[in-house]
Design a protein around this ligand. Structure first.
Ligand SMILES: Cc1ncc(COP(=O)(O)O)c(C=O)c1O
Length: 361
């Protein structure tokens, strides 16, 4: 379908090859506004949507548009390294804030980082541990932002992949529902097509409060003007003609199956070496290692067997928090079919046997 839509555009005599808007192609912005409103409970107009080259550019733009060097930013710990580096590049002082089963601990943030200008959260499915931010925590975070005038950056990177239960509406929508008419919106919502379509497509979006539209657009125009126009037009058609919704339904079922395949393979091959718990959402599982097994070493051993896994310890900013946590590996499963998952798990077994041997010697 993508090839057909692409050909349709490039064959058209009037294909749009002039420069585009720094906010994005109008048709795509309208399609995104309608999608996030209908599927994610966001509240926005197409004017508030800025098309970007993936979530990473969204985080970078938001950081540069809203932060001054030295500004404090709360960041989930453990958390997403891509967000960390974007905020550091803007000169922010990062305040690691612990996460638990209810998501980011807002009181811990208030103690550790008073006066922060911004908080970065993944409330739908905390990266990497997977918690869904609870309703009381969401309300507390919004109340904090309103009280202090801070911004909340909501990274909704993989919310399309919820396999059980009803998806929770996003924080951006809750902010809109909660606030009084005179109160300003506090949430910048970042989404990506990197997880649902392909990371190499480099297309994502930021939904910004009305008062920030001009500022964020100006930073975008100064950075790289806009995302490639034809790719945006193709994506707008892909969504508008219903292919995106169909694709999401298909891959959601496929990735749920693949998670089952990984769990089955781990049950039969990896007993005693790593503990995987099912996750009702996302594209990866967290595999906890036995006490004493260093996850960095385990990841190196896995790489030597040709298996690419990420050690959980890398996601921690605060060294104390890292030391207090057991080692774990983040195992992506969505991109692999049954044969690749079985072969990968057998290789991982060899790596983990070797890592356990090192730990006990
Ligand atoms: C937490 C989180 N946010 C965002 C992204 C997506 O980034 P991008 O759209 O830049 O590929 C990822 C991808 O790995 C991620 O894990």
């Amino acid at each position: 379908v993508w090839a057909r839509l692409t050909a349709r555009y490039w064959r058209r005599p009037d294909v749009h090859l002039g420069a585009g808007s720094s906010a994005g192609a109008p048709a795509l912005r309208a399609a995104i506004a309608s999608y996030v409103t209908g599927a994610r409970g966001a509240r926005c107009t197409p004017d508030q949507v800025l098309v970007v080259n993936g979530a990473q550019q969204g985080l970078d733009l938001v950081a540069r548009a809203l932060l001054d060097p030295g500004d404090r930013v709360w960041i989930e710990d453990p958390g997403y390294i891509g967000a960390r580096v974007a905020f550091v590049a803007a000169g922010a002082a990062l305040i690691p804030v612990r996460v638990d089963a209810d998501g980011l601990d807002v009181s811990a943030g208030e103690r550790a980082g008073p006066g922060a200008r911004m908080a970065y959260v993944t409330p739908s499915h905390q990266f990497p541990l997977g918690a869904v931010m609870s309703a009381p925590r969401r309300l507390a975070l919004l109340a904090w932002a309103r009280r202090t005038g801070a911004w909340i950056v909501e990274d909704d990177y993989d919310s399309e992949f919820r396999y059980a239960g009803r998806p929770l509406a996003c924080l951006q929508g809750l902010d809109a529902d909660q606030r009084a008419p005179a109160e300003a919106a506090r949430v910048l919502y970042v989404g990506t097509f990197g997880k649902t379509l392909a990371p190499g497509l480099r297309l994502g979006y930021v939904v910004v409060p009305e008062e920030l539209i001009d500022g964020v657009r100006a930073v975008r125009a100064a950075t790289d003007r806009h995302s490639p126009v034809v790719a945006q037009d193709i994506l707008a058609d892909f969504i508008g003609e219903g292919h995106y919704a169909r694709h999401l339904r298909r891959v959601r079922a496929l990735y749920a199956e693949r998670q089952e395949m990984l769990l089955d393979a781990a049950r039969s091959e990896l007993g005693g070496l790593i503990t995987l718990a099912p996750d009702p959402a996302g594209l990866h599982l967290v595999g906890w290692l036995p006490d004493g097994v260093d996850d960095g070493r385990a990841a190196v051993a896995a790489a030597a067997e040709g298996v690419d896994v990420v050690p959980l310890s890398r996601s921690f900013l605060d060294p104390e928090a890292r030391r207090g946590e057991r080692g774990a590996l983040l195992l992506g499963y969505a991109a692999f079919d049954r044969d690749a998952i079985s072969a990968g798990v057998r290789r991982l077994r060899r790596a983990l046997v070797a890592a356990r041997h090192v730990a006990s010697s």
